[in-house]
Structure formats: structure tokens, C-alpha cells
Design a protein around this ligand. Structure first.
Ligand code: NAD
Ligand code: DAU
Length: 373
């Protein structure tokens, strides 16, 4: 095997990173995948359990570590002769950035810089090697759109409004600066809201799903009319692969689903899907007795309006024209097909979401893995 095809995936045990790694292993692409992940509350090593290829040390290695550890990053780049970094690792939840912004600065800003420094030292230190640093970022850096504004293009002004988006904006700027100043070969993708399997149930779609099943209130922030542009995680991962293959160095690509919807509409889809699943499969009534659908009541009855998120951005929407023209990017899933698969996944994978939501189980799981490795 050509070692130079090895890739380093930071944050690979999180939602999008794990989906990316699974997709790549399934594709049978050559080269080893080295995942570097600090296993915060959002990272879960069990996301690779039973995944084809993940138990083959020639194809996959998991490293429990922090991107802020520059010496570790350098060592991994040298040891595995890595020429491609895919940088997913981040604190990613806007609400957490409001209650505790420090971790966002530490990981998203300081951590990204530590990784850039390591890449520069290893790749540009000697005579130079062919390389790529791909940075995974968000549409939130562009701020909030008015109802009639055109969707975000790559030339939109940066106007981050939350500590999360500000920290991601700072990381985007550092990536750009390392290209312009030091000639590091970088690409960046700014993507809209993702959903799909393995998403931590703090984000809108899995939170609403799990709360339906538990018969808990569905908390709608503000008037529920904030708009997001939803994309199935597989389509985001495909966009990243295309950027690696065809993206021009130094360029930014916006990835989105052209699928804008207000939050209330998303919640309507979820509650209707859960109602329909219970109507079709009576075993769900025994598995989830607290769900209103178990008593033939609509899950919509759980909707509860709550205090708005401070600084809540009204609308995000991506114009993916550049990615379409240069990379041939287009989503494969419709919202209906993607949501149906996602609802089915959460219904079938209760042990996964119970485990990630339960701190003590989580600690046990880590000890269990430490004892086995
Ligand atoms: P996530 O919160 O599910 O996962 C983040 C992962 O990073 C976790 O595995 C965590 O353990 C790891 N991590 C955190 N701090 C670390 C550190 N200091 N060192 C090493 N690992 C660390 O996030 P996600 O939703 O999968 O998002 C992945 C990336 O995509 C982020 O950069 C995010 O900003 C971006 N993004 C997310 C979305 C979305 O809708 N979720 C949309 C666009 C862009
Ligand atoms: O746009 C991309 C971004 O999408 C990513 O960069 C972030 O990592 C990701 O978390 C996501 O940010 P949002 O803030 O848009 O996602 P969240 O799922 O937290 O919220 C989506 C919308 O739903 C938002 O308008 C707030 C609202 N909401 C959210 C939660 C958790 C509710 O009304 N109730 C809730 O309980």
C-alpha cells in the first residue's frame, strides 16, 4: 500500500466525521484512515463497532488525543506519512457555545491553529511534499439572512453571530492565512445543517425524535419560523470527497441541499413519521410506551414553545452553484428520503442513543475500550 494515501481525520468519532469514515471504508478506497479524536461528550468510539474495515489495522487506526497537542499531531503526520488532513474536530453546538464559549475558542480556534502549525512543520519544513489540508466549516459564518435575501455564496461577508460561528469564522481565517502566507495547500467547505445517523440528540432532528419516543416536550425556540437548509450527512461527505478530488487549492466551496424549511415544518415531518411508524409496527408500542403514538395520540401534541435562543439567526441558505459547476456536486437524497432513513435508523438504534446520552454508560464504555486495546 502506498503510505502517502493515508489520511488523518480529526473529530472522526463525531457525527459527520464518523459518517465520512464509514463511507470511505465502505468505498474500499486505498489508504489507511487515522482518526484523531479527543472523545468529548460528542465523540463515540463505538461508532466504528462492526463497521467493515474498521477492525483491519492496515485500513483504520483510532488515536485518542487532542488536536491542541501539536507534538502528537506532528508525530501522527510523520509516522503515517500522511499527506491529507480532513479537519472535522470542533465544538459544534450553538447552545453550548452560549452557556460556555471557552471550549469553542480552545478547540475551534487554538486547536485548528495547532493542527495548521503541525501540517506546516511536517509538509513545508524540508523540501516540501504534495499535500492537502481540508477544513470542514459551516454556513453560520455568513450570519443571518433576511426572508428575501439571496442564499449565501462564497463571496458573502463574514458576519458570525454566536460564539460557535465566531470561533468557526476564526478557524476559516487561519486556514486561509496559512495558504496565503505559508503556501499550505488548503481547501475549505462551508456546509448547511446536516442530519442523519449518529447525530448527538442535542441537535434539532435527533432531539425531537428521541423526545417523541420518550413522550417528552418538543421545545420550539421562539416562533418556530427560523429557517435552516437541511442536508443529509451522506451528501455532505460526498461533497467533501469531491472537493478533495477536484477542488482547487486555496478555494472555498459552499455545500448545501437547496432545502430550506422552517423549524416547525421539520418538527411536523418528524412527528408525522413517528406516528406513521407506530401505526405500521405494533412492537414500537411496547418498546416506547411513553410515546403518544403508543396510545394512538399524535406526537404533535408534545410541541411546546419555549424561550428563544439568544442571538438566534433567522435564516440560513446555501447557494451551491460553485460546487455544482466545479465539482459536479449535487445531493443524492431528497429531504423525504433522507428523513425517512434517519427516523428508521433512530428507531432501530436505541442502544446507540441511550448510550451517548448516558454519561455513566459512556465512562464505562471508554474504560471497556481502554481495557481491550
Ligand atoms: P460533533 O460535535 O458531532 O463531533 C465533533 C467531534 O470532534 C467529536 O468526536 C469530538 O470528540 C471531537 N473533538 C472535539 N474537540 C476536540 C479536540 N480538541 N481534539 C480532538 N477532537 C475533538 O460535530 P459534527 O456535527 O460532526 O461537526 C463536524 C464538523 O462539521 C465541525 O467542524 C462542524 O463545525 C462542522 N459542521 C457541522 C454541521 C452540522 O450540521 N452538524 C454543518 C456544517 C459544518
Ligand atoms: O448551519 C450549520 C450548523 O447547523 C452547524 O454548523 C452546527 O454545528 C449545527 O449544530 C447546526 O446549527 P443550528 O443552530 O442551526 O442547529 P440546531 O440543531 O441546534 O438548531 C436548528 C434550529 O432549530 C435552530 O433554529 C434552533 C432550533 N431549535 C433547536 C433545538 C436544539 C429548536 O427550536 N429547539 C431545540 O430544542
Amino acid at each position: 500500500m502506498n503510505h502517502h494515501q493515508s489520511i488523518l481525520v480529526t473529530g472522526g468519532a463525531g457525527f459527520i466525521g464518523a459518517n465520512f469514515v464509514q463511507q470511505r471504508l465502505a468505498s474500499g478506497k486505498a489508504g489507511k484512515i487515522v482518526v484523531l479524536d479527543a472523545l468529548t461528550y460528542a465523540g463515540n468510539r463505538a461508532n466504528f463497532d462492526g463497521v467493515e474495515g474498521a477492525s483491519d489495522p492496515a485500513r483504520f487506526e483510532f488515536v485518542h488525543g487532542d488536536i491542541r497537542d501539536g507534538a502528537l499531531c506532528e508525530r501522527l503526520l510523520r509516522e503515517h506519512e500522511i499527506r491529507t488532513v480532513l479537519h472535522f474536530a470542533a465544538e459544534s453546538h450553538v447552545d453550548r457555545s452560549i452557556t460556555g464559549p471557552d471550549a469553542f475558542i480552545d478547540t475551534n480556534v487554538v486547536g485548528t491553529h495547532a493542527l495548521l502549525k503541525a501540517a506546516r512543520a511536517v509538509w513545508l519544513g524540508g523540501s516540501g511534499v504534495d499535500h492537502r489540508f481540508h477544513h470542514v466549516s459551516t454556513d453560520e459564518v455568513y450570519g443571518s439572512l433576511g426572508a428575501h435575501d439571496a442564499p449565501f455564496s462564497e463571496s458573502n461577508q463574514y458576519q458570525p453571530n454566536s460564539p460557535y460561528s465566531a470561533s468557526k469564522a476564526a478557524s476559516d481565517h487561519l486556514v486561509r492565512a496559512y495558504h496565503h502566507t505559508f503556501h499550505l495547500n488548503v481547501t475549505t467547505t462551508n456546509c448547511s445543517n446536516n442530519y442523519g445517523p449518529f447525530q448527538f440528540p442535542e441537535k434539532l432532528i435527533p432531539l425531537m425524535l428521541v423526545n417523541c419516543l420518550h413522550g417528552k416536550a418538543l421545545p420550539i425556540y421562539g416562533d418556530g419560523m427560523n429557517v435552516r437548509d437541511w442536508l443529509h450527512v451522506d451528501d455532505h461527505c460526498r461533497g467533501i470527497e469531491l472537493t478533495l478530488q477536484m477542488g482547487r487549492v486555496g478555494e472555498v466551496y459552499n455545500i448545501g441541499g437547496e432545502n430550506e424549511r422552517p423549524n416547525l415544518e421539520i418538527v411536523e415531518h418528524i412527528t408525522a413519521a413517528v406516528d406513521a411508524a407506530f401505526a405500521a409496527d405494533s412492537s414500537l408500542r411496547t418498546r416506547f410506551p411513553e410515546c403518544p403514538a403508543a396510545q394512538s395520540k399524535p406526537c404533535w401534541s408534545l410541541v411546546t414553545y419555549v424561550k428563544d435562543r439568544p442571538g438566534h439567526d433567522r435564516r440560513y441558505a446555501i447557494d451551491p452553484a460553485k460546487a455544482r459547476a466545479e465539482l459536479g456536486y449535487r445531493p443524492h437524497e431528497t429531504f423525504e428520503s433522507g428523513l425517512a432513513k434517519t427516523v428508521a435508523w433512530y428507531l432501530a438504534n436505541q442502544p446507540w442513543w441511550r448510550a451517548v446520552m448516558d454519561g455513566s454508560y459512556r465512562q464505562w464504555m471508554e474504560r471497556n475500550y481502554a481495557a481491550r486495546s
